[in-house]
Design a protein around this ligand. Sequence first.
Ligand code: SAJ
Length: 434
Amino acid sequence: MNAPFEAASALAPDATREATPEHEVAVIGLGYIGLPTAAVLASHGWSVCGVDVSPHVVETVNAGGVHIEERDLDGLVRSATKARLLVASTEVPTAHFYMIAVPTPLGPGNTPDISFVEAAARAIAPKILPGACVIVESTSPIGTTERVAELIAEVRPDLAVPRFGDEDAGDIALAYCPERVLPGRIVTELVYNDRVIGGVTPACAARAAALYHSFVKGDCLVTNARIAETVKLVENSFRDVNIAFANELSMIADAMEIDVWEVIRLANRHPRVHILQPGPGVGGHCIAVDPWFIVAGAPETARLIRTAREVNDRKAVYTEEKIRALLAAAPGGKVALLGLAFKPDIDDFRESPALEIASALARDLGERVMVVEPFTDDLPGELAGTGASLATLDAALREAEVVVVLVDHTAFRHLSPGDLAGRIVYDTRGMLTR
Ligand code: SAJ
């Protein structure tokens, strides 16, 4: 038993000390959150087993490799596996702590699908020992941690599983602690961000907090599970609503032939105004998704949050229509689309409005579409096979009549309006004027 476990077990029910689990921490789901979390825990001395349903992911990690791109992650995983503090498996082991970091996608009608969380709970249940602690990190609809408790209780009638509002500690602990890390800065933010830790009971929160205290340099803020679930959804909805304001403003300014970037720059000089940046829509697997979890829970009341989602989705369609209109002014001409990722300087194309726009254009304009994306060697998704081409920045600027900035990657930021003289330019990110 090493130092971090002793610290964490100080708050554990006595039963913990009777059991000898195979690992101190089991992280279920080795994706964008699970793998960095497992590696950071291991780098702080914990013995960690990462669990994934994909044999490919498990083999890659056990060989010291990574299957996702994230700054500083490869070195961390390599050292952790070499030190044997991180192993991966397709089977859930016995452990003191279980962290669930599986996807919670949107199902039909924009309703949350928590089936992967439920499957993780069912896989943990037969293995869990008295004194263990289960922490859900996946972004989840309100009530999911209690659902996990219910599923474990069904499989394990021998355990006193805590219920929301209980005074007693119970045999195991259940908590919700949302991940809040920014893709591209995950390894750093895992350590330095504050964490919100919500227990099904106060004893559960204290038990989970002990684990986070061992590696988090930010504050660990303790609350109940329902509040912590709500906090996560609210954070991303707050951002979505504010980006929607900027996107709506950009369309209004367009119609009035006003420079939206200048308006925002000057309005933001007011001490209490901070308008975000318009773009071609909102992408990624969090901000464009999580607000729907609130809407699904309160469909009649969550009017602003729903409208913001619709405004941000509409901005992508608006951008595509505008590019088509610009191309109509250059009959037969080519368009250079700069960037496909969902935001600058990452290689993540999931839910990317830029990719959506490029694909829609390429479907009927084919080889008139040139894409410049320094973060890929091949055209991703359905763009491949449309006739569209992946070009260097120089080639695209030479050949295209219309140039559209979809993502303000650093690799494009040296461009000035002068470099694009004679071209029809549409800068959805305000990169050329900022
Ligand atoms: N965007 C704009 N204008 C802006 C800011 C962002 O159009 O002014 C767009 C981006 O281009 C991108 C999208 O919004 O398409 C989302 O990008 P982001 O950088 O704002 O956020 P994500 O999705 O990478 O990460 C968010 C973060 N949440 C918040 O900032 C409240 C992160 O802390 C969360 O951990 C992450 O979601 C998550 O996993 O939920």
